[in-house]
Design a protein around this ligand. Structure first.
Ligand SMILES: Nc1ncnc2c1ncn2[C@@H]1O[C@H](COP(=O)(O)OP(=O)(O)OP(=O)(O)O)[C@@H](O)[C@H]1O
Ligand SMILES: [Mg+2]
Length: 216
């Protein structure tokens, strides 16, 4: 599903990380941990083609996204990738259901029944008509998870998805993310500082300057 080979990211001559190799299978949930500033968010952005790499290749579904032009990358992302960010990134003027429906609208494939099912799956079936400002942090993050999965992407990328939440809410969010990822047979790469969030992953890797190292 995801194949990363000898990935290296530099700013000028200064390397952030190098020699990053990673393979993730369909249905597999991988957590990446590491010190602040080591390049975890940069790595996720490189996996998505949202940031340029200095060396190496990223393949998703056998497509070498590091070699596609910007427009092909954007179309590939739209179809095959889902994102969950720490800061939610919901659109404030759209209601909850419209936010979740957005990836389907961009693909020209609206599907109200699927949106309703996605809201139900994360426990928000009653809140579709609310605006984001009328939701709690934990509810917003569940909107973000429903939106990341609505178009059934092959790969989910999550950057500290529980970073803003209390432990109890974080636990619920992780359950929603793990369950939904598995239900869709997607692969998930999650960056986290939280030990309990990492504990939910099938595999944990630590990012350092000289690559990804197996933790468990
Ligand atoms: N445009 C840039 N030019 C130079 N260095 C940069 C630039 N953008 C980011 N960096 C550096 O790249 C490194 C990696 O940043 P990144 O945000 O990926 O870290 P992180 O591991 O996600 O940290 P955190 O855990 O705090 O979120 C940092 O040391 C940062 O200072
Ligand atoms: Mg980060």
């Amino acid at each position: 599903m995801l194949q990363v080979r000898h990935l290296c990211k530099r700013y000028g001559a200064e390397p952030v990380f190098s020699q990053v190799d990673l393979d993730v299978s369909p249905g597999e949930f991988v957590a990446i941990v590491g010190e602040s500033g080591v390049g975890k968010s940069t790595l996720l952005n490189c996996l998505a083609g949202l940031d340029t790499v200095s060396e190496g290749t990223v393949r998703v579904l056998d497509t070498p996204i590091t070699q596609l032009d910007d427009q092909s990358q954007a179309l590939f992302r739209r179809r095959h990738l889902g994102f969950v960010f720490q800061a939610f990134h919901v659109l404030p003027h759209l209601d909850v259901a419209q936010n979740v429906a957005l990836p389907l609208m961009l693909l020209g494939e609206p599907d109200l029944a699927r949106v309703q099912a996605a809201l139900e799956a994360v426990g928000l079936s009653e809140l579709g008509a609310r605006l984001p400002q009328q939701l709690s942090g934990g509810q917003l993050q569940r909107v973000a998870i429903a939106r990341a999965l609505i178009h059934r992407p092959a790969l989910i990328l999550a950057d500290e998805p529980t970073g803003n939440l209390d432990p109890e809410t974080a636990e619920k969010i992780m359950t929603a993310l793990v369950d939904q990822t598995r239900a869709h047979g997607a692969a998930c790469v999650m960056v986290t500082h939280s030990q309990s969030a990492a504990g939910r992953a099938d595999r944990v890797m630590r990012l350092t300057r000289d690559g990804l190292h197996h933790v468990r």
